[in-house]
Design a protein around this ligand. Sequence first.
Ligand SMILES: [Zn+2]
Ligand SMILES: [Zn+2]
Length: 178
Amino acid sequence: MAVRPVGEGRYVVESQSGAEYLVDLPNSDCSCPDHEIRGEHCKHIRRVAIEVTERRVPAPGMTAADCAICGHESFVPESGPAVCADCWLERGDLATDRETGDTVVVYRLTDERADERYIDAADTTVADYPKNDGYPRADPVVEVVYPFSGDAEADLDERPRYAFPYSRLAPRDQMIVE
Ligand SMILES: [Zn+2]
Ligand SMILES: [Zn+2]
């Protein structure tokens, strides 16, 4: 049986007979007669679940695309930055600013490009900000905070956030515990 993702957790399954059925995986629903009449977990739902587990098709909420950072074809979020699991940045991840050597903490990986995100205070985009010269203009913007300056008690939400092009950051294998 061939499985083809069509987005939003739905997959078209082509059976050996050539018939096509639509499986809605999050809702455990299938358009085949078996499922409609008996309400059973039919073989199409099982097939889709296996394909997802074996990573041959994207899980619900994910889609196949080239990662914006490493360029490898990967499963990336359907809505959100086109960044693969290896390149993904989580809130709390530590990174080094390649320009200054400062340690920063990731607040949020955004789905905005560096040449689209405007910095009001500097009256320019992240891509055109002088220190960001040379980094890819299409880079996703990462919002970071400086956890080791200012009020030591302030949590991440209370700290000023700064927008960086992803490639200006060297991610480290560490994160802060909030
Ligand atoms: Zn079915
Ligand atoms: Zn990647």
